[in-house]
Design a protein around this ligand. Structure first.
Ligand code: NAP
Ligand code: GDD
Length: 345
């Protein structure tokens, strides 16, 4: 019997990972917060009867330990127990507004999980494998391009600092206690289940709204964004959760970058998204006065608001996933165009 416990199961990646593990025959457990939004649960509606959910929170260490212990006690003779730590306050800009909370959940939360695994006897511990949801944000103001496993970290936000802390804890527990712990270093990945306040989903929803409004002869909506010149390496969440699973199937634990090896600016993402719906965008003006105009009607469709600028920005992310491709046999099914089409559909 294979067991899996996913923190962050109500999130974008958690929901896809749960689907994958069910398909592979795992018994899947997860925690949900008392305060989880209804829309998060809706990501799990279609598999709700196939997973086991309990209330829990990354700030509450004893509940995590109790839950992990009860999963182990209720499943005698399990073959392997995979723990995927995906829970996080995952929004970079919001981490500047709630830095303490972000550090508690994204940093100390990881410590609580690792410590609870460490309390088990060696025979049980040897059957537990741990995945940590690390991020390309840890590279921050990048010191090398493309970024790979050996590239030094240079984090630029409380979110990224907390994730760096978790990354090194995971390495410490692997090296110090011989635990099977892996760090994924995942570049941006999106999907139709992406949260609405991340830039790709905000753009896709904005374009959809403009298309809908045109049908009704209304034209008061303008898509309002921050820095549109940063560049990201965007993949699809489905491809990335498969990579997480592969990391835990290896003989030895290690750290791996997952990325597409292509980078695009937010501006290019906007242009591509509008063009898929028949709009050609022309840019006028500079800085916060820049606007994106519909070439056909000369109507303003995009504008800039500095409230979306961050105190520190990550200008360029571009990953090199050679190690994951070579050692794990990881492959992607989606490129950027296919991803955007999926998000629209
Ligand atoms: P997401 O959609 O924001 O999901 C975050 C999950 O964490 C949700 O299930 C959320 O629960 C849960 N959570 C938040 N605070 C919690 C707390 N205090 N206790 C328990 N659960 C809590 O994020 P995602 O895009 O799926 O990303 C998954 C993980 O990968 C995150 O750790 C993220 O930092 C990391 N990551 C993401 C990317 C990316 O591009 N997507 C790239 C690299 C790394 P609610 O539903 O209750 O809010
Ligand atoms: N969210 C958002 N909203 N971002 C905007 C906006 C806006 O209105 N306008 C411009 N941007 C820019 C941001 O400044 C950033 O440079 C880029 O769009 C991407 O922002 P997000 O989509 O919020 O993602 P992120 O790159 O900051 O973080 C995501 O990827 C990380 C992996 O690199 C998150 O999923 C993190 O959790 C993840 O670790």
């Amino acid at each position: 019997m294979k067991l899996a416990f996913i923190t962050g199961i109500t999130g974008q990646d958690g929901s896809y990972l749960a689907e994958l593990l069910i398909e592979k025959g795992y018994k899947v457990y997860g925690i949900v917060r008392r305060t989880s939004l209804l829309y998060s649960y809706s990501r799990l509606d279609h598999i709700r009867d196939k997973i086991h959910l309990e209330y829990g929170d990354m700030s509450d260490g004893s509940s995590l330990t109790n839950y992990i212990t009860s999963i182990i006690n209720n499943n005698d003779n399990f073959e392997v127990f995979e723990i995927y730590n995906l829970a996080a306050q995952s929004h970079v800009q919001i981490s500047f507004e709630i830095p303490e909370y972000t550090s508690l959940i994204d940093g100390i939360g990881t410590l609580k999980l690792l410590e609870s695994i460490r309390t088990f006897k060696k025979d049980i511990q040897d059957k537990i494998r741990f995945y940590q949801a690390g991020t390309s944000e840890m590279y921050g103001a990048v010191l090398e391009t493309p970024q790979k496993e050996t590239t030094p970290f240079n984090p630029q936000s409380p979110y990224a600092c907390a994730k760096v802390y978790s990354h090194f804890l995971v390495k410490n527990y692997r090296e110090g206690y011989g635990m099977f712990t892996c760090n994924g270093i995942l570049f941006n990945h999106e999907s139709p289940r992406r949260g609405a306040n991340f830039v790709t989903m905000k753009i896709v929803n904005g374009v959809k709204k403009i298309v809908e409004q045109e049908k009704e002869n209304i034209n008061d909506y303008i898509l309002t964004l921050g820095n549109i010149d940063s560049k990201r390496d965007w993949g699809h969440s489905k491809d990335y959760v498969y990579g997480m699973w592969l990391m835990l199937q290896q003989d030895k634990p290690d750290d791996y970058v997952l990325a597409t090896g292509h980078t695009y600016s937010v501006r290019e993402f906007i242009e591509k998204s509008f063009s898929m719906k028949g709009f050609e965008i022309e840019w006028n003006g500079e800085g916060i006065n820049e606007v994106g105009i519909d070439k056909r009607t000369q109507r303003i469709l995009v504008k800039i608001d500095e409230k979306y600028f961050r105190p520190c920005e990550v200008d360029l992310l571009l990953g090199d996933a050679t190690k994951a491709e070579t050692d794990l046999g990881w492959e992607r099914k989606y490129d950027l165009d296919k991803l955007i089409v999926d998000m629209f559909d």
